[in-house]
Ligand binder design. Structure first.
Ligand code: ATP
Length: 235
C-alpha cells in the first residue's frame, strides 16, 4: 500500500531521517516509536508532502508521491493528522469537517454520507456540530482533526501522536477509535510516545533512533526482543 524506500530528510546540515525503508500493507496498523527528536514527525511530514525528501522514494499503491504536494498526496488517498492538532477555532465543528472534504467539493451527496458515518463514529462531535471548534476540549479537538482527515476518504491514515497531552480516559477512547478505524479496513501509521498502548493496537512496529530504524517486527517481537527503554528513551 505505502512503500518508503531509503528515505532521507535534512534540515540544512541536520540529517533528521537517514535512509529509512518500510512498508505498510493494506489494512495494517503499524506503530512508529522513538524518543523525542528521533525523526518520527519529519518522516510523517515528508510522506504527507509538507517536507521535501533529500533522498529516497515514497510510493502509494504503486504511484510515486515522493515530490507530491500535500494536496496531491491527499488526492492520491493518504491523509495526515499532524501532532499540532490545529482546528479552525472560530469555525463550527461541522465547518471544520467540511474543510476536510476539499478534494470532494463537487460530491455533496458523498460528503453527506461520509459525514453521517463519522457522526456515528464520533457522537460527541455530532452533538457539538454547531459549536465553535475552539471551544472544544483537547480530546474533542483531537477527535475533530481525525474526523476531518477522514472526510478526505483516505485509504491510508497517518496519525502523529494523537494521545499527546490528553487525560488517560480520553487516551483510552482515542485508542478504541483507532482500533475501530483499523477494523473498517483503513491502513494506519501511528506515531506514538505511548509505547504500551501503541504496541497493543499494532500489527507491527518499528523504532527510530537518531533518524534511523533500529528495530522492527511484530508488536510481540518488538516487546520481547528490543530493549525498548534504551531505544525509546534514548538511554
Ligand atoms: P518529537 O516527538 O519531539 O516530535 P520526532 O521523533 O518527531 O520527535 P523530529 O521532530 O522529526 O523528531 O526531529 C528530528 C530531528 O530534526 C531533531 O534533531 C530535530 O531537532 C530536527 N528538526 C526538526 N524540525 C526541524 C526544523 N524545522 N529545523 C531544523 N531541525 C529540525
Amino acid at each position: 500500500m505505502l512503500d518508503v524506500t531509503d528515505l532521507s530528510v535534512s534540515y540544512g546540515a541536520i540529517r533528521a531521517v537517514r535512509s529509512i525503508s518500510f512498508t505498510l500493507r493494506k489494512g495494517e496498523l503499524v506503530s512508529l516509536l522513538g524518543a523525542n527528536g528521533a525523526g518520527k514527525s519529519s518522516t510523517i511530514k515528508c510522506i504527507a508532502g509538507a517536507l521535501k525528501a533529500s533522498g529516497g522514494t515514497i510510493t502509494l499503491e504503486g504511484k510515486d508521491i515522493t515530490a507530491a504536494s500535500p494536496e496531491q498526496v491527499v488526492r492520491a488517498g493518504l491523509a495526515t493528522v499532524p501532532e499540532t492538532r490545529d482546528v479552525f477555532p472560530d469555525l463550527t465543528v461541522a465547518e471544520n469537517l467540511m474543510l476536510g472534504a476539499f478534494i470532494h467539493r463537487r460530491d455533496q451527496a458523498g460528503n453527506r454520507d461520509n459525514l453521517e458515518k463519522l457522526n456515528t463514529l464520533f457522537p460527541r462531535l455530532a452533538e457539538r456540530s454547531k459549536q465553535a471548534a475552539g471551544t472544544l476540549s483537547g480530546g474533542e479537538q483531537q477527535m475533530l482533526v481525525i474526523a476531518r482527515a477522514l472526510m478526505a476518504r483516505p485509504r491510508v491514515l497517518l496519525l502523529d501522536e494523537p494521545s499527546l497531552g490528553l487525560a488517560p480516559a480520553i487516551v483510552e477512547r482515542i485508542f478504541e477509535m483507532i482500533e475501530t478505524l483499523k477494523k473498517s479496513g483503513l491502513t494506519i501509521l501511528l506515531v506514538e510516545q505511548n509505547v504500551n498502548q501503541a504496541l497493543a493496537v499494532a500489527d507491527r512496529a518499528f523504532v527510530m533512533r537518531l533518524g534511523a530504524i533500529v528495530a522492527s517486527g511484530t508488536a510481540e517481537e518488538i516487546r520481547s526482543t528490543s530493549d525498548l527503554s534504551a531505544h525509546y528513551l534514548g538511554g
